[in-house]
Design a protein around this ligand. Structure first.
Ligand SMILES: Cc1cc2nc3c(=O)[nH]c(=O)nc-3n(C[C@H](O)[C@H](O)[C@H](O)COP(=O)(O)OP(=O)(O)OC[C@H]3O[C@@H](n4cnc5c(N)ncnc54)[C@H](O)[C@@H]3O)c2cc1C
Length: 389
């Protein structure tokens, strides 16, 4: 039987996170180090220090790494609280892409790789990237992967161009997806590699100017220029990149939903306050049915989104992959929450598009959510194929 009741202990943790984000992190939303290219590394480090002191850093990590050993359902409740500010997950080290990267690394790394590439990310000392998308190759269709890797028995050599690589500037742990040529030693195919971001052969060509600014150091265009890696750089088995990426994607797309749900709730709370206090035509905005209906539509969307997330989480907690359900949740939640943010802008009137409130930032940041971890159309394509089978 599905049981969505929240135990008291979890409520206490949720409230602790909510208080930390509200009291300590929200003030950073006005910090000049929150730039067009996202929070700077310096800002991130400062906020991470605060979360560490509050005992709220990387709570999602496995217990052997000092995390809270959370179920997916518990994570849903706590990440929603963290998402109250778009900076909350950054501070608590549960933001993308690190959160998804830590998840996959904790499943696939060998112990030596974990010490070098995973542990420092969990501890908040370094950041990670997942480099898949390419201007001329992999995107919605990773089968178009064009970045190429060769292996001579000792060394891998990687060449290719990637873009939209979140957090590329300054990240140390790199997960790179490349197409390995079959050779005398290994069966080829799409393969994941681990690399140290300090390599001069990882060339950051530029940071892209994008409409969002909630991801640390923005999104980079990166060239692998004869990047040479030792044989120990292989992450998991050769030729298995898509399998591992899928392992990362189902939970990762849900954690995006959880965090954005928190942000949408924040926008709704600001819109409600405005509707209660601002007047027009002799009464408060909220007393106009047109406005109360928008707030009601938001409430319905928030509730349905939460249920959709919790159901997919519950399935995963039962040991199911829940690919179909997480796909439906991602498509639904990303579309609905964006509409929530849009209606909040509308209720705020002219100030809705200004930075007088955080709603404008939430609206812009949230737009990208409909694209990453599978654009809505790609999820619908997969859902459609399943129902037609
Ligand atoms: C903010 C942000 C951060 C990102 N961070 C990273 C990162 O860290 N690492 C990384 O590797 N990538 C990252 N990406 C890239 C992201 O994974 C891709 O944008 C996504 O996979 C879509 O690929 P694409 O942009 O090449 O779009 P395309 O593949 O060119 O698709 C464009 C559009 O075509 C339509 N479409 C595609 N396929 C179908 C279909 N089957 N049916 C119907 N319509 C379809 C959709 O409307 C889609 O939006 C990020 C993207 C964003 C926006």
């Amino acid at each position: 039987m599905i049981d969505f009741s929240i135990p008291d202990e979890l409520i206490a943790k949720r409230d602790r996170i909510r208080a930390f984000v509200t009291d300590t992190i929200v003030p950073y939303e006005r910090d000049p180090r929150l730039t067009q290219h996202g929070p700077t590394d310096e800002l991130r480090q400062e906020m991470i220090g605060k979360a560490r002191a509050a005992g709220l850093l990387t709570i999602q990590a496995p217990t052997e790494y000092g995390g809270w050993g959370l179920s997916h359902l518990e994570q849903a409740v706590l990440f929603e609280a963290a998402g109250w500010s778009t900076l909350g997950p950054v501070a608590m080290n549960c933001a993308a892409p690190d959160e998804g990267n830590m998840f996959i690394l904790s499943k696939v790394c060998n112990p030596e790789q974990a010490d070098q590439f995973l542990r420092p990310v969990i501890e908040g000392h370094q950041r990670s990237v997942f480099a898949m998308t390419e201007p001329g190759g992999a995107g919605s269709d990773p089968g178009q992967l064009a970045t190429a890797a060769t292996f001579d028995g000792e060394t891998f050599t990687i060449n290719g161009l990637k873009w939209l690589i979140t957090g590329a500037r300054g990240a140390k742990t790199w997960i790179i997806m490349a197409n390995l040529e079959t050779n005398d030693h290994l069966q080829g195919g799409p393969t994941l590699f681990l690399a140290d971001g300090d390599s001069p052969r990882i060339v950051l060509e530029r940071i892209m100017n994008t409409m969002d600014r909630n991801y640390v150091e923005g999104h980079g265009v990166v060239r692998f220029d004869n990047l040479q890696l030792p044989k120990e750089a292989l992450l998991g088995e050769a030729g298995q990149a898509f399998r591992y990426a899928q392992q990362r994607l189902a939970p990762a797309r849900l954690t995006h939903c959880m965090r954005w749900l928190g942000a949408a709730e924040r926008a709704q709370s600001i819109a409600i306050e405005h509707a209660k206090t601002r007047t027009a035509f002799g009464k408060t905005l909220g007393e106009h049915e047109g406005v109360s209906f928008m707030l009601a539509d938001n409430e319905i969307a928030l509730h349905q989104s939460r249920l959709s997330i919790l159901h997919a989480c519950w399935l995963m907690d039962q040991g199911e992959k829940a690919r179909h359900e997480s796909s439906m949740a991602k498509a639904f939640v990303s579309e609905e929450l964006f509409k929530v943010a849009d209606r909040c802008v509308q209720i705020l009137g002219g100030i809705g598009i200004s930075d007088e409130t955080v709603v404008e930032m939430i609206f812009r940041d949230m737009r990208a959510f409909r694209l990453y971890d599978g654009p809505t159309e790609v999820h619908k394509y997969a859902i459609g194929r399943k129902v037609l089978r």
